[in-house]
Design a protein around this ligand. Structure first.
Ligand SMILES: [Zn+2]
Length: 119
């Protein structure tokens, strides 16, 4: 076990070696666990310092998470665009057949519940 001073809080010999730990990488609402990480942790301020391979894996998980987030946002944008397109189309239909649609909307619930007092 090697110990050294903490770079963050300066506590002497406070960095304690660890290995086989799992850390969660989070970005926006996305989370990803990275397992079997090794490095040092400060016993004073809990600062984590990964060893080189662990830092690499942790960073890669973060990059993947950002890629995932971008994909999720792109999908969401597509979905919204589709929805907007649909809404534009229905707006046109609504304008051209407003009478029929409005009367259906107004009469529908009355047909389903002829006597509202019973419900
Ligand atoms: Zn520290």
């Amino acid at each position: 076990m090697s110990r050294h001073d903490c770079y963050t809080c300066g506590a002497p010999n406070a960095m304690q070696a660890f290995k086989g730990r799992s850390f969660n990488v989070s970005f926006k609402q996305l989370n990803r666990m990275v397992h079997s990480l090794a490095g040092h942790e400060c016993t004073e301020c809990a600062e984590i310092e990964f060893d080189a391979p662990s830092a690499e894996r942790y960073a890669r998980a973060g990059d993947e998470l950002i890629e995932d987030a971008k994909r999720v946002m792109a999908d969401e944008m597509k979905r919204i665009r589709r929805k907007l397109h649909f809404t534009q189309k229905s707006a046109v239909q609504l304008l051209s057949g407003a009478g029929t649609m409005r009367s259906a909307a107004m009469n529908g619930p009355k047909w389903n519940h002829p006597n509202p007092c019973l419900y």
